[in-house]
Design a protein. Structure first.
Length: 276
């Protein structure tokens, strides 16, 4: 089964992949800060917690090019996605038995591992999209990807707060793991021998080169990029736009809880108006 073969199947594949990416982000960056504030955790501790977990995403611009650099005929983009999604689910499994408030020292490293795997998954999915989607479809596919991501945030950012009162936190975590791993199955079903040609990918890869040669090429490309003003303008823009968006999301739940709004009302806010 090759979900990369037709436009409709590509929409399903990439929408599903971004759904599995957005769901944990909604749960960790929207639902958890709200839950922690309801439990009486100080706001400064909550913001320190969320700031720590966002670090793998902050430095993704340095790590993401290595997804291409370390790719080979044996280790493809398919391998990257399957491995990182497996790690995302495994790192969440202990949350079925642990609680953030009681087992903070154990949960934080697990969530950091999850964040690193998720950031790598994001880079791998984007690389797969660039390598396999015709240029005339990329705008449409990007729309489906963003719709999947926002749906995931809605379901497990706001929806998790609504569901927890009814089915319990462990059930919500179990559903989250199922969502993460369900799209991994779609990638497993992709042809194992699938490798983008050099003409299809944004980064040319010499399959016969050694690891040191690839590393030298990557270092040279990175040095060239960092010498361009446009690179720094792009990073500056990303810094402020992302900080404004994610900082508001991280503190919005605690802010509303402090003003007497119920957890369920906050859940509805994240599930619907914020996503719209």
């Amino acid at each position: 089964m090759n979900l990369l073969s037709t436009p409709t199947q590509r929409k399903i594949l990439f929408g599903s992949l971004y759904l599995s990416e957005g769901a944990p982000i909604g749960f960790i960056w929207w639902a958890l800060p709200t839950k922690l504030r309801v439990a009486g955790v100080p706001v400064e501790e909550i913001t320190a917690f969320t700031s720590l977990l966002v670090l793998p995403w902050v430095f993704k611009f340095l790590w993401a090019p290595l997804v291409d650099t370390l790719r080979s005929s044996r280790w493809t983009l398919r391998s990257w996605i399957i491995t990182t999604q497996a790690a995302m689910g495994v790192s969440l499994l202990p949350l079925l038995f642990l609680t953030l408030q009681r087992d903070f020292a154990i949960v934080i490293p697990l969530l950091l591992l999850h964040a690193f795997a998720a950031a790598t998954q994001d880079a791998s999915i984007d690389a797969l999209s660039i390598a396999s989607v015709p240029s005339s479809e990329r705008g449409t596919i990007n729309g489906w990807m963003q719709a999947g991501m926002l749906a995931g945030r809605s379901l497990f950012g706001g929806g998790a707060l609504l569901l927890t009162e009814r089915v319990g936190e462990q059930a919500v975590v179990a559903l989250l793991i199922i969502v993460v791993w369900s799209s991994m199955v779609l990638v497993i079903l992709l042809p194992k021998a699938w490798i983008p040609t050099k003409s299809e990918t944004a980064v040319e890869i010499n399959e016969a080169s050694t690891g040191s040669q690839r590393w030298n090429e990557f270092s040279l490309r990175l040095k060239e990029a960092l010498q361009q003003k446009t690179t720094w303008f792009g990073l500056l823009f990303a810094l402020f736009s992302a900080a404004g968006f994610e900082a508001v999301g991280a503190v919005a739940g605690p802010y509303m809880i402090d003003r007497g709004i119920s957890s369920e009302e906050v859940g509805f806010f994240f599930a619907d108006p914020v996503v719209v």
